[in-house]
Write a new protein. Structure first.
Ligand code: SAH
Length: 456
């Protein structure tokens, strides 16, 4: 017999919001049945309309706020509701930070079984706007004109955009300039459906400390008409431009970059600093998009690593070696491992650029390279991990348990997998001493954490 749900599609009712999901939706309960209400906040009384019901939970649309949360904020971005890039601009920044800490607390308890851990308040930004150092916007056409902006939520329709409030102003300016120049020279915007047109994406990158700017034009083929005039005009109109490159992506794909990159003008790289360490950034290099908070995160990781200069350290999932080089300032030797060969090439270049001789980088799966190092006799005093969202591979955690470093520093972009992995490390003899959430992406629901574990 089909179980009767307390609500059905199109029902209109009034509810009180009890919680916020990690995706930023309000949670209401109707006779024990969970309804997710996007854009509603905890503590609010709201009128809703049910739009979908599944067996265990349903979704509703916010019709009217009857009693607003004291933490509700007016989103300053005019395209907030269309874009979907930010999820919680309607929540005051202070409340965002508290909500991120709660999100971490909940999963540490629920998934990790960790009730006693010291969990610090989220470290946020003094000015949580205009923080991104990289813009990558899709280009299309509307009414015969080149447009560039964002994909409308859950679609591939491009909405033209002049500015994004979490983007550095200069990056917005670059996109506007390139749009104007493209229109002036009759460059066609890309048509995804027909796989026609020239300009697919514009990418703008800025070194926040050095002020160096890179402009990347991603095109469907080699051809770019009026190349010389376009380059001259970008150089004339974009202050501090150090590099203009063309990346060619011939495929029918959502992936932004193709395999071939041509320097059109200037250098192949721009540079930036995080703390005292200098990084070379190419068109396709991974580099943290919020360098200010990245420094906060890495300083915390370094503090938790508690190095004296005598330690051997392993940095697993090291990317372009950002954390490795931070650690190398204070360690005897650092081993970094990362699966993407280009990232390791960048890591080696960055080590050289800064004159580090106490680091070794290896390409491979961390869960395979760590046991290999162990077999070679490498014994780390401190292991730092910074895995992707899916967390650490179990084999890697087991290698840590065999190697028995006195300390593990876990940098995580997903509290749920952090909690799962902490539980495994705790069962193997480690104790989680403290967890520090850091807000790398204000107005989104993402939260980064650094955890300090000691061998007991
Ligand atoms: N620590 C770096 C990057 C962290 S992002 C920084 O702070 O910038 C996670 C990294 O793990 C990515 O660079 C990804 O390519 C890499 N990665 C994913 N799976 C991996 C695996 N199995 N072994 C090693 N590296 C992996």
């Amino acid at each position: 017999m089909k179980q009767q749900l307390p609500v059905k599609k199109n029902d209109q009712l009034q509810v009180t919001i009890e919680d916020l999901t990690h995706e930023g939706a309000g949670v209401a309960k109707v006779d024990g049945y969970t309804l997710f209400v996007p854009k509603a906040l905890p503590g609010e009384t709201v009128d809703i309309k049910v739009v979908k019901t599944n067996k265990g939970y349903g979704f509703a649309r916010l019709l009217e706020i009857k009693e607003a949360s004291e933490h509700r904020a007016e989103p300053p971005c005019p395209i907030y509701h269309q874009c979907g890039g930010c999820q919680i601009q309607h929540l005051s920044y202070e409340a965002q930070l508290i909500s991120k800490q709660k999100q971490v607390k909940d999963v540490l308890e629920r998934i990790g079984g960790l009730k006693e851990v010291t969990l610090h308040p989220t470290l946020g930004m003094e000015n949580p706007w205009r923080y991104r150092n990289k813009a990558q916007v899709p280009v299309g056409e509307e009414g015969g004109l080149v447009i560039a902006g964002f994909y409308q939520e859950r679609s591939h329709r491009i909405i033209d955009m002049d500015e994004c409030l979490i983007q550095h102003e200069e990056n917005d300016q670059i996109i506007r300039v390139v749009k104007k120049i493209a229109n002036k020279h009759g460059i066609r915007g890309y048509d995804e459906e027909k796989h026609r047109g020239t300009l697919r994406h514009v990418v703008a990158r800025k070194g926040k400390v050095t002020n160096e700017v890179m402009v990347v034009l991603v095109t469907r083929g080699q051809e770019l008409s009026n190349k010389k005039a376009i380059i001259d005009e970008i150089v004339a109109e974009v202050p501090n431009v150090k590099s203009i490159v063309q990346n060619i992506n011939t495929k029918r794909t959502n992936v932004i970059f193709g395999d071939e990159t041509i320097v059109l003008w200037g250098d192949e790289y721009i540079h930036d600093y995080i703390g005292d360490i200098k990084f070379a950034i190419s068109a396709r290099s991974f580099y943290q998009v919020n360098p200010e908070q990245t420094k906060v995160l890495y300083d915390q990781a370094l503090k938790y690593a508690d190095l004296t200069g005598e330690e051997t350290v392993i940095d697993a999932y090291c990317g372009i070696g950002t954390i490795s080089l931070f650690l190398a300032q204070r360690a005897k030797h650092v081993y970094g491992v990362e699966i993407v060969p280009d990232a390791i090439a960048d890591a080696k270049r960055n080590a050289e650029l800064n004159g580090f001789t106490n680091v070794d980088f290896a390409v491979g799966e961390a869960e395979k390279v760590m046991p290999w190092w162990y077999a070679q006799g490498v014994r780390a005093d401190v292991v730092v991990v910074d895995p992707p969202r899916k967390g650490c591979d179990e084999e890697l955690l087991e290698t840590i348990l065999s190697m028995k470093p006195k300390r593990v520093v876990y940098v995580s972009c997903n509290p749920a997998t952090l909690a799962r992995d902490l539980k495994i490390l705790e069962a193997g003899g480690y104790e989680t001493k403290e967890v520090q959430p850091v807000d790398m992406f204000p107005h989104s629901t993402h939260v980064e954490c650094v955890a300090r574990l000691e061998l007991v």
